[in-house]
Design a protein around this ligand. Structure first.
Ligand SMILES: O=C(O)[C@H](O)COP(=O)(O)O
Length: 206
């Protein structure tokens, strides 16, 4: 039995373009983000995958990415569940601030720790560990049973909610996750073994 799980980060958002911390704020995709979502659909179409289930967050940029991608795939009717559990990490007091302004104010190193460390939360926000504490149970109880049951599943979500998921799937350590980046609109195709471990990983770059 083939068990396929595809993860895709939303296309470029308006606030990605403006270099603002976004978190739970809800900007739309840019034109480039729309094109990235469609291109992700084209690349998935070339794999021949037919999806049984889709999961996305409560934020428009991920939902719209999923729906544009489905349009290009020619699979508009995939049963879809939306959940806050898949939302981006809550960036707390940093939300809406420019990332370069934050570096000027708090220093390059501190901002990098807030953005990429495992367990240091940004002020008033969630660490990656906090994000994982909602993403992992949702994955285990809701997404994984669909995959292990033999369905082809796609998850359209966010840079840090997907980093939390990738960390768990690949068994990465807190040190290793610091270097993990998820590109916008680039599908990651995992094949899983029956015991839920990863059999293969294929990153569908342009
Ligand atoms: O919420 C955000 O600002 C971005 O989607 C992810 O930002 P990061 O790369 O700074 O974590």
């Amino acid at each position: 039995m083939v068990r396929t799980l595809v993860l895709v980060r939303h296309g470029q958002s308006d606030w990605n373009l403006k270099n603002l911390f976004t978190g739970w704020r809800d900007p739309d995709l840019t034109e480039k983000g729309v094109e990235e979502a469609k291109a992700a659909g084209e690349r998935l179409k070339a794999t021949g995958l037919v999806f049984d289930r889709a999961f996305t967050s409560n934020l428009s940029r991920a939902q719209r990415t999923l729906s544009l991608l489905q349009g290009t795939l020619g699979q508009a009717d995939i049963p879809t569940e939306r959940s806050e559990a898949l939302n981006e990490r809550d960036y707390g007091d940093l939300s809406g601030l420019n990332k370069d302004d934050a570096r000027a104010k708090w220093g390059e190193e501190q901002v990098h720790v807030w953005r990429r460390s495992y367990d240091v939360p940004p002020p008033g926000g969630e660490s990656l560990k906090d994000t994982g504490a909602r993403v992992w149970p949702y994955y285990i109880h809701t997404i994984q049973p669909q995959v292990l049951g033999g369905g082809n599943v796609i998850v359209a979500a966010h840079g840090n909610s997907l980093r939390a998921l990738v960390m768990a799937l690949e068994g990465l350590s807190p040190d290793e996750i610091v270097n993990a980046e998820i590109a916008t609109g680039v599908p990651i195709v995992y094949k899983l073994n029956a015991d839920s471990s990863v059999a293969s990983k294929d990153v569908l770059e342009a």
